[in-house]
Design a protein around this ligand. Sequence first.
Ligand code: ZN
Ligand code: ZN
Ligand code: ZN
Length: 348
Amino acid sequence: MQNGDHAERYVKRGADHDTPCMSQLRLDPLTGRWVVMSDERASRPQAFQSRWMPVHGDPDRPCPFCPGNEEATPPALETYGPTGQWLVRVVPNLFPAFQGKVPMVVSHLGPVFTQAPASGIHEVLVISPEHDLSWSELSDPQAGLVMAAIRDRIEEHAAQPGLRYSQAIVNFGREAGASLDHPHGQLMGMPFVPREISDELAGFARFEGSCLICTAADAEEEVGHRVVYADDRCLVLCPFWSGTPYEMLVVPRRHDPHLHHAEPADLAAVGRAMRNALALLRRRFGDLSYNLVFHSAPYRTSSTFHWHVHMLPKLTTQAGFELGTGVLINVVPPEQAADDLRAEVAIQ
Ligand SMILES: [Zn+2]
Ligand SMILES: [Zn+2]
Ligand SMILES: [Zn+2]
């Protein structure tokens, strides 16, 4: 019963923000997915603002990610750039979804109440000192530096006992979930392997060739018409199975399960390729919102995987059918999407 009380207290604690509280994982027994209960994140400025509002709604609050306002964030975990002038900065997230080093001990509070502490790491990656410079405008060296920072942080997470996987993301624009407009990403070191990754691992395992992504890259390059950008180190394509309009997959040619084991030149090439692809999207659609999702294998896995990046422009909203079935209806076939984006290169 005591455990049951604990769950109850957690729900009621919303009003009491003086005590720092840890997020909690709860298992959805219908789907087998973990849900992070993080009432602390609800206290973020503009957590529930209408999605069509500008990202930065409070002009009186100075941007915490601009140079000169470093005191507005916790001290940096890592900075990159010449002495006295950072170019990329990594800071702890003020409203962490994952926090602390408590082992992930799963408690069963009842036949359908399963919970665990949401321990782990939650960091913010400021991708440029410039407030208005998005990934689509990064210079080559800056794109390389951002990718190097992601690699270094994942390496650091992987060394921490109890963690199994790191998720790096960039949300750009309010429709994509950004809560501040200064371009930034987030890095979560997590104590479990999330469903998206276990589903992809299962996809690699089902595939009868050597590596699903190596094969997809070769096959797409052979037919050619879904390839948006290619160089000697990586490929950007609108995958055959695209679920949303203009989604792209960025694939490093060198097979490696782990982003944090990738060679600096491959990381830099992926960063540049993403910049080029985002610039094409921007030329076509103007300033659109998007999500960048970095997928790498869990730190310790013997399964086949090939790290990659999903670029997901926010041009449509998932509605009842998609939410209810998990079946996506894509109104722009990837052949068309790749064609449109390549046409922007020609117009340049
Ligand atoms: Zn700023
Ligand atoms: Zn591969
Ligand atoms: Zn993936």
